[in-house]
Structure formats: C-alpha cells, structure tokens
Write a protein that binds this ligand. Structure first.
Ligand SMILES: Cc1cc2nc3c(=O)[nH]c(=O)nc-3n(C[C@H](O)[C@H](O)[C@H](O)COP(=O)(O)O)c2cc1C
Length: 337
C-alpha cells in the first residue's frame, strides 16, 4: 500500500487514519494480519484482563502474542487492549503484560489501550469497561499507566449528556491520555441504535489531535465524515466484518495509491485471501478458533458476488475447518480454475 504521507496520531506515526477497532473474540493475531494486509493503519489486541494476567492465567498471556511485522517500526502497530476495575490492578497487569512481551522477543506494542467502553455486565460488574466512565478511577488509571513510559490510548463511549462526555474526555486528556476514541453510543445502547456523532465532533473540536472515532462506520462517506469533523483516526468494527475491503476502498477515496486487486478484488483473490487466513489461523490459534474466525469473515468477503448466498449457507453448515476449506477450493475450481 503506497501511502501519500504518514500521519501523526496519539503519539504515533502511522501509515493512515483507518484502524481496526478492538473486537473481542475476533482481533486475534491472524485477523490483525489479514486487516493490516488490506491497509489498516493500526490494529488492537482482543480485550485482555489484567486480573487474568495477575492470576498467571496462561490463556490470557497467550493473547499477548505479536506476529512478525506487528511493531510500529515494522509498519503494523498494535495497541494492547487491557481492562481492569481499579488503577492498581490495571498498572500491575500492564507491567506483567509488558514483561511477558519483552520475554517473547523484540516486537513491541505501540501503546497501552484501556477499555472504558465495554457495556457487558461480566465486565462492568467488576467496575471495568463502561463502568469507569465519568469516574476518578479512570483518571487514576491513565496516570498510573503513563508512569510506565508508554503511550496510553483510551476507548470510551458517549455519555447520556454531551457535556458530561466532554468533561470526562477532558479529564482523560489532562491525566495524560494520548488518544481518546469516542464511540457515539451510550453504554445503555450497547451496540444498538445509531451512533450519535455530535459528542464525538465536539470532543474532536475541543481536543484537536487527540480524538478518534468509532460507531457506524460502514461506508467511505462514514470514514470521511469522522475525519472531516477533526478526528485523527477512525476505527472500523462491524463495517470491517461486513466488508473487509472497506479498508482499501476508503483508503483509495482518501487519495492513497491502492493496488487494484484490493479495490476491485476478483473472486479468486477473495478465496485466496480467505484460505490464507484459515491456514494462518489454524497454525496460530488452532483449527477450532480458525473455523470460527473464517466463518465470521466469510459473508463479508463474498458480498455481492454471484452464488454468494449458497456459498454462505454451505459455509454456515461446515462443522470443521477442512470442510470449509474444501467448499472454498471447490468454488475456486468451479468459478475460476
Ligand atoms: C464482536 C465485537 C467485539 C467487540 N469487542 C470490543 C472490545 O474488545 N473492546 C472495545 O472497546 N470495543 C469492542 N467492541 C466495540 C467496537 O470496537 C466498536 O466500538 C463498536 O462496534 C461500534 O462500532 P460499529 O458501530 O462501527 O460496529 C466490539 C464490538 C463487536 C461487534
């Protein structure tokens, strides 16, 4: 991907302002690699529990893995997304995560990300995620993480009153947050209804260079609208799952030089990319997770293609990775080969 010029955002120099949002259960290393190849300027890890890290939970530690190339210096920066209910657990968990990262080799996270957005009871009942919105604990968390010497990125949501949102964002910025992503839905809305853009626009105007956006990013126009509001970056979430090629399409619309096999991908190119994701996911995460991830991304990859719905139905019924790969290869032979 030939970028016209690098951008500065949240203390980082990035290829572009289109980022893959944190998606629990999805933004595993192979999926991040998949979206980075489509042009994502930055990605996030899954949501990692600081409590889990402190309990020496091996599964949690496994979520810290970075793949070759996943380092700001190599061009694919990854934000480590953490959650905790108090500042001390957050700081200790982050320290453990960074120590584990250092033991694994030279690749480094681009920033420490704090989840102050998740509305799910299993997270909020521990005082974490969206339960931190508007609290002093949130500010203490940011101050504590800044002491570790890394950039701190916070992802949060709109609050019911827009003035409250601005006050909260102000407190986060004063505490040292390098980037605050505002998702324009309240915690009560969870993932439903429209994402309001007014509070995000107001925050972007008041804190220039510090605010990124999330919520209802499905089209090139959505991306442009957030950037025109003054947001330094836009996080693609369900829009990226619904159409992974939204990354290259939006990048081209923003003036980047993007290869044609990404902006007008042929069926064979889509299948090749999916098979390659399946192969990488199998090696890195194991066949069960690979099946889940592939199913998650299938529908979007074939949107609008002839026979897409039959293929989708077949894929939905596949009970293991081999069956699914067979279907994809068969489609390739029948339609291309
Ligand atoms: C499956 C799924 C997992 C998500 N996981 C996270 C997460 O771990 N951390 C977070 O801050 N937001 C998470 N989100 C929220 C998204 O990052 C994003 O803010 C939200 O979906 C709004 O954007 P959209 O309307 O464009 O999808 C998740 C959303 C979905 C659909």
């Amino acid at each position: 991907m030939n970028a016209t010029e690098k951008i500065e955002a949240g203390g980082l120099r990035l290829d572009n302002a289109l980022w893959l949002a944190p998606l629990a259960g999805v933004t595993t290393p192979p999926v991040r690699e998949f979206f980075a190849a489509l042009g994502a300027g930055l990605t996030h890890t899954e949501m990692i529990s600081c409590m889990g890290l402190l309990r020496d939970n091996r599964k949690t530690e496994g979520m810290l893995r970075l793949l070759p190339g996943e380092d700001s210096k190599c061009g694919n920066p990854v934000v480590l997304q953490l959650f905790a209910g108090d500042a001390d657990t957050m700081a200790r968990g982050a320290e453990m995560a960074l120590a584990a990262n250092a033991r694994c080799g030279p690749l480094r996270f681009a920033a420490l990300g704090v989840n102050m957005a998740c509305p799910m009871p299993k997270v909020t009942k521990r005082g974490a995620g969206a339960a931190l919105m508007g609290t002093e604990t949130a500010f203490a968390m940011v101050r504590g993480l800044k002491r570790l010497g890394l950039l701190v990125w916070v992802k949060t949501r709109r609050m019911p009153d827009d003035r409250e949102t601005l006050r909260f964002v102000e407190g986060l910025v004063e505490a040292g947050a390098d980037n605050v992503c505002v998702h324009g839905r309240t915690a009560a809305q969870r993932y439903e209804g429209r994402a309001d853009r007014v509070a995000t626009a107001a925050a972007a105007e008041r804190f220039p260079g510090k605010i990124s956006a999330s919520g209802d990013v499905y089209t090139v126009e959505d991306v442009k609208e957030y950037l025109n509001m003054g947001c330094v970056g836009v996080m693609l979430a369900r829009g990226a799952l619904a159409n992974p090629y939204l990354f290259p399409l939006a990048l081209r619309a923003l003036g980047y030089r993007v290869p044609e096999d990404l902006t007008a991908p042929a069926r064979g190119e889509r299948i090749r990319r999916l098979l390659s994701l399946g192969e990488r996911a199998r090696r890195i995460c194991g066949p069960k997770t690979a099946l889940v991830l592939l199913k998650r991304l299938m529908a979007g990859m074939f949107k609008g293609m002839p026979g897409a719905s039959e293929l989708r139905r077949g894929v939905g019924l596949a009970s293991n990775l081999e069956e699914l790969e067979k279907l994809l290869r068969l489609d390739f032979t029948e339609n291309i080969g």
